[in-house]
Design a protein around this ligand. Structure first.
Ligand SMILES: *Cc1c(COP(=O)(O)O)cnc(C)c1O
Length: 223
């Protein structure tokens, strides 16, 4: 079996096993294949193995690759930091954006989302452990930003996303799950918790992740 297909099988198995240990249904967890720095041929190989959701971090790199594999029926997710001057590329080429963390960016994406496409599916990136080195809004700012996004007609608020400090275990994932529950109780509808990567997806699934973003474990290490 080609290497990427083989890796995908193993990652799917790990998701199933983590879900079953947590008493969860594995079909409630979407696998996002993070293809940043990888080639169109790598993406096609994963696609042939059944993968449909792909994540990219750099708008220009992504748009070039999206054009190369335009014949494939892929759901593209933007998961990198959003520079305001790249928001149009993102609004025009992606189905999902996981890294909205301020109103200005949300408003630009809303304005730039083409009318012939469905609304852009949005997660708010939360800096759950208040790490100075990271982007994301603070947990206390999330409700206000969520309410504002909800009023933008070309965006559809889906949930929260986080990238915890490495090696911090389950706590940040539990904290994000608690935050999404409390926002829902306050009337903000959301169905997505985008959390967990190659090294920590079991902890994220135990805490309630509905979408894991996996690069290295599928495509190998990045140079
Ligand atoms: C690169 C990246 C990933 C994938 O990380 P791996 O450790 O390679 O699985 C997931 N999420 C985000 C936001 C990333 O930038």
């Amino acid at each position: 079996m080609p290497k990427i297909a083989d890796n995908l099988t193993q990652v799917r198995r790990l998701i199933q096993q983590s879900a079953s240990e947590a008493g969860r249904n594995p079909s409630d967890i979407t696998l996002l294949a993070v293809s940043k720095t990888k080639t169109a041929a790598d993406i096609e190989e994963a696609y042939q193995a059944g993968q449909r959701d792909f994540g990219e971090n750099y708008a220009q790199e992504a748009v070039a690759k999206i054009a190369q594999v335009n014949h494939l029926d892929i759901n593209w997710h933007f998961i990198g930091p959003i520079q305001t001057n790249k928001s149009r590329l993102i609004a025009e080429n992606f189905a999902w954006v996981h890294t909205v963390d301020r109103l200005k960016v949300a408003e630009r994406l809303n304005q730039q989302r083409p009318d012939n496409l469905p609304p852009l599916q949005v997660c708010i990136q939360v800096n759950i452990d208040a790490d100075d080195a990271k982007s994301g809004c603070l947990p206390t700012e999330t409700a206000v930003l969520g309410e504002a996004i909800r009023r933008l007609p070309r965006l559809h608020l889906r949930g929260l996303m986080t990238i915890p400090k490495e090696g911090s275990g389950r706590k940040p994932f539990d904290d994000l799950a608690e935050l999404v529950h409390s926002l829902r109780r306050d009337g903000l509808p959301m169905d997505t918790l985008s959390m967990g990567m190659s090294g920590d997806l079991a902890d994220a699934i135990a805490a309630g992740s509905t979408l894991v973003r996996v690069g290295t474990a599928i495509f190998g290490s990045r140079s």
